[in-house]
Design a protein around this ligand. Structure first.
Ligand SMILES: CC(=O)[C@@H](O)[C@H](O)COP(=O)(O)O
Ligand SMILES: NCC(=O)COP(=O)(O)O
Length: 237
């Protein structure tokens, strides 16, 4: 069973674009869970361009499924996560000016740092996951950090799948086998969508969770527009 965790960064992006509180992030999250999602993911960035640190606190009051907070473990982020105490923290090595996450951890080079941060979260009973590329030696070394899980960075898979190249899954299959061997749980995310998620799941049977945001929110616009246009037309008759 693979859990679907909905990343709601883009709901916050839309809200922030106008000021005010439309769409209402808290209400949207309650509804997303009501519609069956099994988790909520947020990725507060230091400039708070979408999720604000206060959103992370507000959502803690309403999330009733798995609450996953992703981000680069700078001090401000670590303090926030220790205060909010989500179900899971996912550590991502984001550059400060990154438009979106674009690389996984080097678990060999940053082993000592990761051990230190992960042990602090685990002392506080927060499950940990680290964002990694599907590279055998990186996944193997992830086990030395003490993390509970890895999140496989799926942009490369998604890009190749869109080009019709299904062999992009191979490195993920290898990575998943190694993760299982060294006792790590497996999550996945980035650019997963309605077209590519099933093939990924079918090939990674021990996949515990996917977090999906950008495509899912975009798809919800496309899938909702026809209905909504009819509703507006009926008001304007
Ligand atoms: C780690 C990851 O792949 C996602 O959290 C992604 O980076 C979403 O962040 P943005 O919504 O800021 O692009
Ligand atoms: N961890 C990945 C995530 O939360 C969502 O990434 P994306 O679907 O917005 O690319």
């Amino acid at each position: 069973m693979t859990k679907l965790s909905v990343n709601v960064n883009k709901i916050a992006t839309l809200r922030n674009s106008r000021g005010g509180n439309v769409p209402n992030l808290v209400k949207t999250v309650i509804d997303i869970e009501g519609f069956g999602a099994e988790g909520i993911t947020i990725h507060p960035r230091p400039d708070e361009r979408h999720i604000r640190y206060q959103d992370a606190r507000d959502l803690k009051q309403v999330v009733s499924t798995e609450y996953n907070i992703e981000g680069n473990p700078i001090k401000k982020f670590i303090d926030l996560v220790l205060e909010v105490k989500p179900t899971q923290v996912t550590l991502v090595p984001d550059a400060i000016d990154a438009i979106t996450s674009n690389a996984g951890w080097d678990t060999i080079k940053h082993k000592d740092f990761l051990i230190e941060v992960i042990s602090e979260f685990k002392r506080n009973n927060i499950r940990t996951s680290i964002f990694v590329d599907p590279v055998s030696k990186i996944v193997e070394a992830a086990a030395n950090t003490g993390t509970d899980r890895i999140e496989l960075y799926t942009e490369d898979y998604a890009k190749k799948y869109e080009e019709g190249n299904q062999s992009g899954i191979q490195s993920y299959i290898e990575a998943a086998k190694i993760a299982e061997k060294v006792g790590l749980g497996i999550n996945a995310g980035h650019d997963l969508n309605l077209d590519n998620v099933q093939f990924f799941k079918e090939n990674i049977p021990n996949l515990l969770e996917v977090s999906i945001g950008h495509a899912l929110i975009s798809e919800s616009l496309y899938l909702g527009l026809e209905n909504l246009i009819q509703l507006y037309l009926s008001k304007l008759k």
